[in-house]
Write a protein that binds this ligand. Structure first.
Ligand code: ES4
Ligand code: ZN
Length: 326
């Protein structure tokens, strides 16, 4: 059996995927038609051809534009269910899924519409596909802390449907500390906490320290630059925090896929995981991301298994549920 075949068949967990980043061009066209929205492209090929991003801001522009076709509860259902079918086909047994409510409420789509559509797809996928999922609500860090706080309040009636909160979008000039009060309140409401510390941002190491010392995160999304600071690595290991690295995504928005860094993190005993981030845009789901990592960093089968163990162990499921999954 080849290592690729092994990776394809291996039971997997995904901890870093933005549901809006799973919107494939075909579904984008279908939803545009259903909602009478005209797109500036005639074909799927033309749309993919316009996906020319080489850093985070140029990616985010295309990502937010793409969401304009998501209007109704059924749209969010279809988006989520399509991702979960894809995940199931790659033997993903468990996924923690980010959603960006503010990207929709600013367009006049209600919070309720977004979360109800996603939730219904989660329940159907659990029943029909046996894929177990949890939701993580992300705040957009390039919006104000006040807007994040309002969004947190909108989420409270749905607290039982959301396991934690995260922070994404453009990190430049938007450090973790900007959201200290919002995350403190989120913690008091019972949410678990994570934050993006994107790769090769200005002050990356300082931002990661803030997530530990000022926020008290339960996970770090990306966090690859922690390798620049021994004491920071030691603290992350001590706290057993998972890091959700997204190699194919990094290949687009930074200068490399950072696969040697993934290997270094494994060697140090850090709880590093491999994830897809925005698979419809970066063209690679879980299997493709793990295969790429294995090839580029020349990982052994045991190291591949360790990445997957880290994802199940680092998930936010209660221990009894984790034991059932692997
Ligand atoms: C994202 Cl690649 C990336 N970085 C930051 N925020 C995001 N939201 C969706 N994809
Ligand atoms: Zn992300």
């Amino acid at each position: 059996e080849s290592i690729e075949t092994f990776i394809e068949g291996m039971p997997k967990a995904e901890l870093h995927v933005h549901i809006e980043g799973t919107l494939e061009p075909e579904l984008k066209f279908e939803l545009a038609k259903r909602n009478s929205i005209s797109l500036p492209y005639a074909t799927v090929e033309e749309m993919r051809g316009a996906y020319d991003f080489d850093d985070l801001p140029s990616f985010l522009k295309i990502y937010y534009e793409g969401m304009s076709v998501l209007i109704t509860e059924q749209d969010f259902y279809d988006l989520t269910y399509a991702y979960l079918e894809k995940a199931h086909a790659q033997n993903v047994l468990y996924a923690e899924i980010f959603f960006d409510p503010q990207a929709h409420t600013v367009r006049g789509v209600s919070y309720d519409t977004v979360i109800k559509g996603i939730r219904r797809a989660q329940l159907d996928a659990r029943k029909n596909l046996n894929v177990d999922t949890r939701l993580i609500m992300c705040f957009l860090r390039d919006m104000s802390a006040e807007s994040a706080m309002k969004t947190l309040e909108l989420s409270l009636p749905y607290k039982d449907w959301i396991i934690g909160v995260g922070l994404d979008s453009d990190e430049a000039g938007n450090p973790p500390l900007k959201f200290a009060e919002v995350f403190k309140k989120a913690r008091e409401e019972g949410y678990l906490l994570t934050m993006h510390c994107d790769v090769d941002q200005n002050n990356s190491v300082q931002h990661i320290w803030q997530t530990l010392n000022d926020i008290g995160v339960d996970r770090i999304d990306h966090g690859v630059n922690s390798l620049e600071d021994e004491a920071l690595c030691a603290e992350i290991i001590k706290r057993k925090l998972a890091l959700t690295v997204c190699p194919i995504s990094n290949g687009y928005v930074t200068d490399s896929m950072k696969t040697p860094e993934i290997k270094k993190m494994l060697d140090k005993g850090m709880r590093v995981t491999v994830n897809s981030d925005d698979p419809a845009y970066f063209v690679g789901y879980m299997t493709e991301n793990i295969v790429k990592t294995q090839q580029e960093a020349n990982l052994s089968k045991n190291e591949v298994i360790q990445l997957t163990r880290n994802a199940f162990d680092g998930s936010w499921l209660p221990q009894a549920e984790k034991d059932k999954l692997h």
